[in-house]
Design a protein around this ligand. Structure first.
Ligand code: VAH
Length: 288
């Protein structure tokens, strides 16, 4: 993380899951010290500002997204680590096929988030080709989790809607009716991150970065699905122009056939399974 962010330390289940250090990703020595101290063989570099907040702080988004990635790749080159860095459906932009977006197509994003993601893909491939660093990546859709509240992304609505439903509140949706975006339940995303790093690289045609997908929906679809389990749940639209413009520039759905063919990617959660699990876990989280 750039600079020390109070409260950023891991908590609860994450903290109990193993050793941890607070590392400033804009300080390469910090990264190298942690890698050497814990004999790290694979770095999962998840540091980034999400799409909407990156438009408010573009310089910081670059500093963390690309500066942080460069520092991570240099440490990986020196310490012989593999590196996973997520890209995103936000890496697409310009005149590309919006439906079933192919693995290889035009990527001319107009957001700083997208610029950092497509640049990160190119940098990751360069470090593999030039220095042999084992870099791998997936283009994540919007990730939905009950563990951590959303952090300033365009797809945050698909998490916030579950919180409103469980709390018995009317949901105010910032994304317009009919706006399709790819989404994925966090357990599928975590499994994908591990499976790609354990995959046999001799089968790779691509590396940075693979399209992966599980579901694509618009706000009205997830709302109707939640209403099946929370019949009194209500929603209204109050469009956020920034997030709507970003969402409109992204794919409606992804073709993930390369990830399926090159390393066996398969999603396990659809909208119904995710909705049942999200509502159940949030009810436990809020003792409701
Ligand atoms: C965002 N949740 O909305 C992130 C993600 C594809 C969406 O990159 O910025």
């Amino acid at each position: 993380m750039a600079g020390y962010i109070p409260g950023a330390e891991p908590k609860g289940e994450l903290r109990e899951s193993g050793p941890s250090e607070v590392v400033d990703i804009t300080n390469p020595q910090h990264i190298a010290d942690a890698v050497r101290k814990y004999k790290v063989d694979t770095i999962y570099n998840l540091a980034a500002l999400l799409s909407a907040v990156a438009e408010a702080k573009p310089q910081l988004a670059w500093k963390i997204g690309l500066g942080g990635l460069f520092n991570t790749l240099e440490v990986a080159r020196e310490c012989h680590c593999a590196v996973f860095t997520p890209s995103s459906i936000g890496s697409f932009g310009g005149p590309f096929p919006k439906d079933n977006t192919p693995q290889d197509t035009i990527q001319r994003p107009k957001t700083m988030y997208g610029v950092t993601k497509v640049s990160g893909e190119l940098l990751g491939d360069y470090y593999f080709q030039r220095f042999g660093v084992d870099t791998r990546s997936v283009r994540f859709p919007g990730l939905i989790s009950y563990v951590t509240p959303p952090g300033g992304g365009t797809t945050d609505y698909a998490v916030d809607i579950y919180y409103s439903a469980v709390k018995g509140e009317k949901f105010v949706c910032p994304i317009g009716k009919g706006t399709l975006m790819d989404m994925m339940y966090m357990p599928d995303a975590l499994r994908g991150m591990i499976e790609i790093m354990e995959a046999d690289p001799t089968k790779f045609i691509h590396r940075n970065s693979f399209n992966i997908a599980s579901m694509s929906f618009a706000p009205e679809t997830i709302y109707q699905k939640i209403k099946e389990y929370v019949p009194q749940f209500e929603m209204e639209y109050r469009i956020d122009p920034l997030r709507q413009a970003i969402a409109d520039s992204w794919p409606n759905s992804l073709d993930d056939s390369c990830a399926r063919n090159e390393w066996g990617w398969r999603p396990e959660y659809g909208l119904d399974e995710m909705t049942r699990d999200m509502l159940a876990k949030l009810r436990v989280k809020f003792n409701m």
